[in-house]
Design a protein around this ligand. Structure first.
Ligand SMILES: Cc1ncc(COP(=O)(O)O)c(C=O)c1O
Length: 417
């Protein structure tokens, strides 16, 4: 097992900065906003909670998570919820519980494939519908699963990401419904990773698979992205109210009991507060949405102006440009033939850190990269807070400077003298 591509990128940034080199850090998917004072207060108040606590999580946190989903039109009882130290280990335990092979959209977040490989199985990757991201195309999935079964493989679970990391796109209701029907037909469990759910830029109905395939959908969330609390490590999974759901939940609880015992107690108290959606925090998430949306769109524009194909981001904080239209000139000037070459040249020649599309399972010769935009929100908490509350975040001097720097570097990459 190698270090996760996203975490490795973070380390590359630290090394270059330590060596005094300028870096435009667009590699790591950390949400980049200071902790809300009320969450800090809840955490501090609970610091004396030093026992392990129940494996599934404390009642208050499971009830709050159930309320969180119920208010989002997925009626949920506390008994359907399991907490974990982030959603990542919960997803791993779920893949373990499902057994068999894992179906992924292509591209997909790095860790799904790595987790599948930890369980001894290469994932089955299925392209996303044209112009979308985060869900496999339903017809293509049907064909791929049938083909895999004929070849003796045993696909049992499909993961979808709504909205998506790496593409920043939110799958359409039509594609999610089709996916749900196909999953039912093929008897696949659906893992709906909705960690960026509250960070969709435009208001509208949210296409949650739990609405159309309630009997087979496990939904995950966490505090890592909405509240930028990745380091606090607290997440939750919602299991279906069905015999399948009960079986999966019990298996995940068993894995939890042997791997992480319980979720850190102080974090659970903070999560119980956050998942009750108090007005102050709802407002905080609205500000985060505005910040991510305006910077992600500005970054997408910068890539588009440089000649890339790039769809407008719809949620989260990622942009997924495709340098295909520039292939000939990139090959002629820099010898670039793959996304890994592209990411390397961007880092070594221009100090721009992005991740190659191949890290997300895209074909290596496609010239896609994943750009995480939060790295330019500010150098410290006071800059990040100012960006968060600004009505025009892209006009904050350090953000507009970083955007100008990005444009210059892309110009030098794509149209060298
Ligand atoms: C799509 C997706 N799922 C899950 C995670 C992991 O989240 P957590 O911090 O809850 O383990 C991330 C974090 O990068 C992510 O981007």
């Amino acid at each position: 097992m190698t270090v996760s591509a996203t975490l490795a990128a973070n380390e590359a940034i630290a090394e270059r900065r330590a060596a005094g080199e300028e870096v435009l850090a667009l590699g790591f998917g950390e949400a980049g906003i200071p902790v809300h004072p009320l969450l800090r207060q809840r955490l501090t108040q609970a610091a004396g909670q030093i026992s392990y606590g129940p494996v599934a999580g404390i009642d208050a946190a499971r009830e709050a998570a159930a309320g969180y989903w119920t208010r989002r039109a997925i009626p949920t009882g506390a008994e359907q919820v399991l907490l974990g130290p982030g959603s990542k280990p919960l997803l791993f335990a779920l893949l373990h519980a499902a057994g068999g092979d894992v179906v992924l959209p292509k591209p997909a977040w790095v860790s799904y494939a790595a987790q599948s490989q930890l369980l001894g199985r290469d994932p089955i990757r299925v392209p996303v519908p044209e112009g979308e991201g985060g869900v496999p195309d339903a017809d293509a999935m049907d064909a791929a699963v049938r083909e895999a079964r004929r070849a003796g493989r045993d696909p049992r679970i499909v993961i979808v990401t709504l909205p998506d990391n790496p593409t920043g796109r939110l799958a359409s209701e039509q594609s999610v419904k089709a996916l749900c029907e196909a999953a039912r037909e093929l008897d696949l469990i659906i893992a709906a990773d909705e960690i960026y759910r509250d960070l969709v830029f435009e208001p509208g109905t949210f296409p949650s698979p739990a609405a159309w395939a309630p009997e087979r959908t496990v939904t995950t969330t966490s505090l890592s992205k909405n509240y930028a609390l990745g380091g606090w490590r607290v997440g939750a999974a919602r299991f279906p109210d069905s015999p399948l759901g009960e079986r999966l939940r019990e298996s995940v609880r068993g894995t939890a009991s042997e791997l992480w015992s319980s979720t850190p107690m102080p974090m659970q108290h903070a999560a119980a507060y956050a998942w009750s959606d108090p007005q102050e925090l709802v407002e905080r998430v609205a500000l985060a949405r505005r910040l991510h949306g305006s910077v992600a769109n500005a970054v997408a524009e910068a890539f588009s102006e440089a000649g890339c194909e790039v769809l407008p981001p719809q949620g989260g904080f990622y942009v997924w440009p495709d340098f295909e239209p520039l292939r000939d000139s990139l090959a002629a000037h820099w010898g670039i033939a793959t996304s890994a070459d592209l990411a390397r040249v961007l880092l070594e020649r221009f100090g721009v850190v992005v991740l190659p599309g191949s890290a997300f399972g895209d074909d290596p010769e496609r010239l896609t990269v994943r750009v995480a935009v939060t790295g330019i929100y500010g150098e410290n908490d006071s800059e990040r807070l100012a960006a968060l509350v600004s009505r025009q975040p892209v006009e904050m001097p350090w953000i507009s400077e970083a955007l100008d720097g990005l444009k210059e570097k892309l110009q030098a990459l794509t149209a060298p003298e």
